[in-house]
Design a protein around this ligand. Structure first.
Ligand SMILES: [Zn+2]
Length: 281
């Protein structure tokens, strides 16, 4: 146990976590490059088969959305202390979870923060608990095959253990104070996590103003690529600075985006809304 030098508060600690990390899922090593990269995930073990033969995999390109009056998602995110884990694939904030939920939860890599259990969304009339959020660079989803520099994933489960992921594109622009605090809490070493009960965070700070979104059924974007995940990708990106994007990329040390997957028989729904000037990118 040692003090994390970037933080002034005496309660901010980095701890070596006895967690699965660096591309471990069920003991199988996976990553984003070469023989252990996304094109080979399904060959790494039978439990990863869906990564190769699944018919509703994520991410996808979102160009062909069907515009309808989608019901809004009700967000009820609360302040919570930081609990940030570096697991080697992304930076991620974790909820304190039951073992049952943990066993279903895919490992993304660098895990950055911890949220209280009472951050929830209501999606399709169903209550979902926010478990963690993390980031990808570049974005995993694309629009007309165009990537954003980054993408935020907020991962939720309902009481039936069905997953809902809210995704927010991150574009290069203004410095983002919330993301700055997050980066300052990111452990440098894989396998460490940082806890800071003096600083609270609220992921609502990372949501765009517009609540219109794309929606489709897909999967986790990391092994074991479990399907049955409902995705909501917000239309409007949030801004982070070029320097912040670079700092995130340095912390993770590699790209952490899975390539686009075939749509097969699925279709994408899209909120039927009128774009304002600020939403046109
Ligand atoms: Zn993700």
């Amino acid at each position: 146990m040692r003090i994390f030098s970037l933080l002034l508060a005496g309660v901010a600690l980095t701890l070596s976590a006895n967690v699965s990390y660096a591309g471990e899922s069920g003991g199988i090593h996976w990553g984003y490059d070469g023989d252990h990269g996304p094109l080979h995930w399904s060959e790494l073990g039978p439990e990863f088969a869906l990564c190769g033969n699944g018919k509703s995999q994520s991410p996808i390109d979102l160009l062909q959305g069907h515009k309808i009056a989608l019901e809004g998602i009700e967000f009820s995110y609360k302040d919570a202390p930081f609990h940030v884990i570096n697991n080697g694939h992304t930076l991620q904030e974790l909820e304190p979870l039951s073992e049952t939920v943990k066993s279903r939860y895919p490992k993304h890599g660098q895990t950055v923060m911890h949220l209280e259990k009472d951050s929830t969304i209501v999606f399709d009339g169903d209550l979902y608990l926010l478990e963690q959020f993390h980031f990808h660079a570049p974005s995993e989803h694309t629009i007309d095959n165009k990537h954003y520099p980054m993408e935020l994933h907020l991962v939720h489960h309902n009481e039936r253990h069905e997953a809902a992921v809210v995704a927010v594109f991150m574009t290069e622009g203004k410095h983002n104070p919330f993301f700055e605090t997050f980066l300052n809490h990111a452990p440098k070493k894989v396998g460490e996590f940082l806890e800071d009960r003096e600083h609270v965070i609220n992921p609502a700070t990372l949501m765009p103003k517009s609540r219109s979104y794309y929606r489709y059924f897909g999967s986790y974007t990391t092994p074991p690529c479990t399907e049955g995940v409902i995705w909501a990708i917000m239309h409007e990106p949030i801004e982070v600075s070029a320097d912040q994007i670079q700092r995130f990329r340095s912390l993770v040390g590699h790209d952490n985006a899975r390539p686009i997957q075939p749509l097969h028989k699925r279709f994408v729904l899209e909120s039927n809304y009128v774009e304002t000037a600020s939403q046109v990118k």
